[in-house]
Design a protein around this ligand. Structure first.
Ligand code: SF4
Ligand code: SF4
Ligand code: SF4
Length: 354
């Protein structure tokens, strides 16, 4: 039996949709640009920011496209006058809710709220701003929480609870006192937070800031270099953000397997060893109490000779190797190949701490 294709009408055009899709999903699949601030495609929609308002023919009020299921024959306007006016008002209210001084903000140039204010030309804010905000939290060495820029979109809460399943943060208080809290409003380091930085990754504005990167370079000054995390064998894909030969921060590569933008605390924040003065950058051969720096060619030939000597004198089982869970799968595979096929022994194991 032929599959039935459902259509709705979006801005006068027929747009197909699959059962269960929302107006936002159907629109985006058809290339219709409906803006959002709170929506994350791997999480359930909340309609918290109300930027994705659209007009449905026959409905009294505008609806949020991220929560409204698509239905056959529905007539949707995504960019009519009423919709644009409503979006401008929502953006203005969000700007009025906080201290949005973009010039000094760490997110300047990579902020979704700033982009929307520009796109919809929201130039002034007619509403009174709150007199005070919860104090900025910057006790821990990794994440600064600037509540004066938080638009309460809830993305961090969803990322923590639904993507990382850490359950460390939630909405707290009510009305104008609402804020994102960790364990009954404690500093992050006293909560269940594991500092994976997923909240930092998804925050659309400058409310969550990477402490080590603050003031060290604007987004447009940093060069992105793609690489693979060296901390374990999972092989997370990451971007190093580099300025003047120094790593300023690390982010996960969006839409790339296996991590799809997520990282753990080590991958995201543990990069300073790269620039350590104590790091060995060339092989050393020990001669008595001294170490002599040698080329890789000499080091490899020397090591191979020693292995051969031990094997000939004491037999293959006198040799063994410990690999590491921190090495890539490919490196561990090559090591067992060397031990089994080269040394001729099965003495191969791994040590998680190497
Ligand atoms: S969070 Fe965005 S809108 Fe607010 S000050 Fe920073 S850049 Fe500007
Ligand atoms: S750093 Fe990770 S665990 Fe901590 S609040 Fe953010 S998402 Fe949750
Ligand atoms: S901290 Fe960022 S992600 Fe979390 S609610 Fe505030 S603006 Fe949204």
């Amino acid at each position: 039996m032929a599959e039935t294709i459902n259509f709705l009408i979006m801005d006068g055009k027929k747009v197909p949709f699959e059962p269960g899709q929302t107006i936002l999903e159907a629109g985006r699949a058809a290339g219709v640009d409906i803006p959002t601030l709170c929506h994350m495609k791997q999480c359930r929609p909340t309609g918290a920011c109300r930027v994705c308002l659209v007009e449905i023919k026959g409905a009294r009020s505008l609806v949020t496209a991220c929560t409204m299921p698509a239905a056959p024959g529905l007539e949707v306007q995504t960019a009519g006058e009423r919709v644009i006016a409503a979006r401008r008002l929502v953006i203005e209210l969000l700007l009025a809710s906080g201290r949005h001084d973009c010039v000094t903000c760490e997110s300047n140039g990579q902020c979704l709220l700033q982009d929307l204010a520009y796109r919809y030309q929201v130039e002034g804010v007619r509403f009174p701003r709150p007199g005070q905000y919860p104090l900025t939290e910057s006790f821990n060495p990794l994440i600064i929480r600037d509540f004066s820029k938080c638009i309460l979109c809830g993305r961090c809460v969803q990322a923590c609870n639904e993507i990382q399943v850490n359950q460390a943060i939630s909405y707290g208080y009510r009305g104008s006192r609402s804020k994102i809290v960790a364990k009954g409003d404690l500093p992050l380091e006293q909560s269940d937070c594991v500092f994976c930085g997923e909240c930092l990754r998804v925050c659309p504005v400058g409310a969550l800031v990477e402490k080590k990167a603050k003031g060290r370079g604007r987004s447009w000054e940093l060069t992105k270099v793609r690489t693979t995390c060296t901390y374990c064998g999972v092989g997370c894909q990451m971007h190093l953000h580099v300025k003047n030969g120094r790593i300023i921060k690390v982010t996960g590569v969006e839409e790339a397997e296996p991590n799809r933008g997520s990282l753990c605390v080590k991958g995201r924040f543990g990069f300073e060893f790269v620039h350590s003065e104590e790091r060995l950058t060339a092989p050393l051969i020990r001669e008595g109490e001294e170490f002599r720096q040698v080329s890789w060619k000499e080091a490899l030939e020397f090591t191979a000779e020693k292995f051969k000597e031990i094997k000939q004198t004491y037999g293959p089982d006198s040799l063994a190797a410990l690999t590491s869970a921190r090495a890539a799968n490919e490196e561990n595979y090559l090591m067992q190949k060397l031990v089994r096929a080269g040394f001729g022994t099965n003495n191969i194991d791994h040590c998680a701490r190497l």
